[in-house]
Design a protein. Structure first.
Length: 251
C-alpha cells in the first residue's frame, strides 16, 4: 500500500519523460538517494517546474510503494541562481551531483550528506571559496563518509606522522614516508605531497563539519591537492564521470 511522506531534498539529476514529465534523482534527508517520477513536473509556470530542476533544494511530497516513488508535490527552498548564471560553476555542481548519486546512501537518513552538499554549493555559488578548493574538499569528504576514507594517520610501514618527504599511494589509500619509500616496490606509483597538502587532506577527512571549509592553501598546493584527490577518487571508485570530463573541458 502506498504511503505518503514529506522530506527535503537536493535534486541531483533529472531526465525528461514524455513532454511534461520528469524522472528525478534526489538526495533526501529521510530516504537517502531515491528516484521519483514527477508527472507534469516540467509544466510551465508550476511550482514543481523550478523545484525539480537539477541542484534545487526543495520540499517534496512523495508517495512510496515498496521501492517506487511518485512525486505528488514540490516547492523550492533554494534554487542556487548563482550557479545557473555561471556555466563553469553549474558544471562543477552537476559533477558533485553525479558523485553523490554514486556514493551517498540509499534507503536511510542522509542528513550529513545533504549538509555537506548544501554547504559546498553555497560556497561555490557565492564565490567565498575557490572551485579549486571546493572540488577536492567535496570529493575527499564524500569518499570518507561513504566508506572510502584514506589512512592518513602515518606511514604504512613505520607509522611516522610527519617526515621531510611524504608520499600518498592513491591505489592503497595510505601514506609512505621518504625513508620507507625506497624499501617499498609500490612506492613508484605513490604521489609526493608537501606537508601543507597532507595537512589539508587530514583536515578534510577528520574535521567537524563546522570547520570543514576553514583551511587555505596557496595556488601551487591547491593544484597538488586537486591532482592527488582526483587520482584517488578515480582509482577507488573505478568509475568514469562524464560530468567531470565536461567540467574539465571548460577550464
Amino acid at each position: 500500500m502506498a504511503a505518503q511522506l514529506k522530506t527535503n531534498g537536493i535534486i541531483l539529476q533529472t531526465r525528461v519523460m514524455e513532454e511534461e514529465d520528469r524522472l528525478i534523482t534526489v538526495l533526501t534527508e529521510n530516504e537517502g538517494v531515491i528516484t521519483a517520477y514527477g508527472k507534469g513536473a516540467r509544466r510551465f509556470k508550476t511550482k514543481m517546474a523550478s523545484a525539480t530542476e537539477a541542484l534545487s533544494y526543495s520540499e517534496l511530497v512523495l508517495f512510496r510503494n515498496k521501492d517506487q516513488y511518485i512525486l505528488d508535490g514540490a516547492s523550492t527552498l533554494h534554487i542556487f541562481f548563482g550557479l545557473r548564471s555561471d556555466i563553469l560553476k553549474l558544471a562543477l555542481g552537476c559533477y558533485f551531483g553525479q558523485l553523490t548519486v554514486d556514493l551517498a546512501p540509499r534507503g536511510g537518513p542522509a542528513g550529513e550528506y545533504i549538509r555537506l552538499l548544501l554547504n559546498t554549493l553555497s560556497f561555490l555559488e557565492n564565490g567565498k571559496r575557490p572551485a579549486q578548493q571546493l572540488k577536492p574538499l567535496y570529493e575527499l569528504r564524500l569518499l570518507s563518509m561513504s566508506g572510502y576514507m584514506p589512512d592518513l594517520v602515518g606511514c604504512r610501514r613505520c607509522g611516522c606522522f610527519e617526515a621531510p618527504a611524504m608520499l600518498f599511494d592513491p591505489l592503497e589509500g595510505n601514506l609512505l614516508c621518504g625513508g620507507c619509500a625506497g624499501e617499498d616496490p609500490s612506492a613508484a606509483k605513490a604521489l609526493p605531497i608537501p606537508a601543507s597538502v597532507l595537512a589539508a587532506m587530514r583536515h578534510i577527512v577528520f574535521s567537524e563539519m563546522d570547520r570543514l571549509f576553514s583551511f587555505q592553501l596557496p595556488a601551487p598546493d591547491l593544484e597538488c591537492l586537486l591532482k592527488t584527490v582526483e587520482t584517488y577518487l578515480l582509482m577507488r571508485t573505478e568509475q568514469k564521470y562524464t560530468s567531470l570530463d565536461y567540467y574539465k573541458s571548460l577550464l
